[in-house]
Write a protein that binds this ligand. Structure first.
Ligand code: ATP
Length: 233
């Protein structure tokens, strides 16, 4: 059997927030390897450090110690321009609060990663439209995101994150505003589409309804990684 290759490898991560008596250790000596072709979940109680870890792994938040290799590149040694270019080329994100652009239409929001990669505007809008069909929002394409419900905005954020087929997809509570069926359908689609291309998907979630999509589940508590389960798939 072919061994999976490592997509993201983090070693000895530490992260503190705040100063003096309010200083909090958010990540305490965390190390992980995530592989191409797997969906790796990060679960744990509120405040255990899941979002902080995801932000460090995806080049958004600088750790105080430790290293992160993504596709063999030591991302925290890149300068800020190189890191931004690398994130654009390699990573797709869905944040907890979606980060949609209010002045753009829904379809333009989904097209953004393709436009930033210098794809032709009409072609980018065409691809974005196909993604909106997948998440069931083609009739909302020309509306601004504020006209959409929370669950619809979450689906737009997911469509935008996968439209450029990123090597690594990072999802923070991707099903929080979705009903059970929609959440499962969309995560199932993401899994099927991206894992068949050997992409790596990192998911922070509390949503037990979608746990069975995970290949492995990493548990966190008080900033530490306390366990790793392999799901029987
Ligand atoms: N920007 C920040 N400034 C100060 N403290 C922070 C900041 N971000 C996170 N923390 C603290 O770091 C710890 C880990 O937070 P984090 O948001 O990573 O946890 P989480 O497991 O994702 O929680 P949740 O499930 O509630 O989103 C918490 O104690 C939190 O209060």
């Amino acid at each position: 059997m072919k061994m999976p290759s490592v997509a993201v490898s983090a070693k000895g991560l530490m992260k503190w927030f705040g100063e003096g008596p309010a200083r909090t250790l958010a990540i305490n000596d965390a190390s992980i390897d995530a592989w191409h072709g797997e969906m790796l979940y990060i679960v744990g109680p509120s405040g255990s450090g899941k979002t902080t870890l995801l932000s460090i792994l995806s080049g958004i938040l600088r750790p105080d110690a430790g290293s992160v290799l993504v596709e063999d590149i030591d991302i925290w040694k890149l300068d800020s321009d190189a890191l931004a270019a690398f994130r654009l080329k390699t990573l797709g994100f869905v944040f907890q609060d979606y980060h949609l652009f209010p002045r753009l239409t829904t379809v333009e929001n989904v097209a953004i990663p393709l436009i930033l990669q210098k794809r032709n505007w009409d072609e980018a809008l065409g691809e974005a439209m196909k993604m909106l069909e997948v998440v069931g929002l083609e009739t909302r394409a020309q509306l601004p995101p504020v006209k959409l419900s929370g669950g619809e905005q979450q689906r737009v954020a997911i469509a935008r994150a996968i439209v450029a087929r990123p090597d690594i997809l990072v999802l923070d509570e991707p099903t929080a505003s979705l009903d059970g069926d929609t959440g499962r359908r969309i995560l199932g689609f993401v899994r099927e589409q991206l894992l068949s291309e050997q992409r790596c998907i990192l998911v922070v979630t509390h949503d037990a309804r979608v746990f069975d999509y995970a290949d492995r589940i990493l548990h966190m508590e008080d900033g530490r990684i306390t366990g790793l389960e392999r799901e029987a798939r």
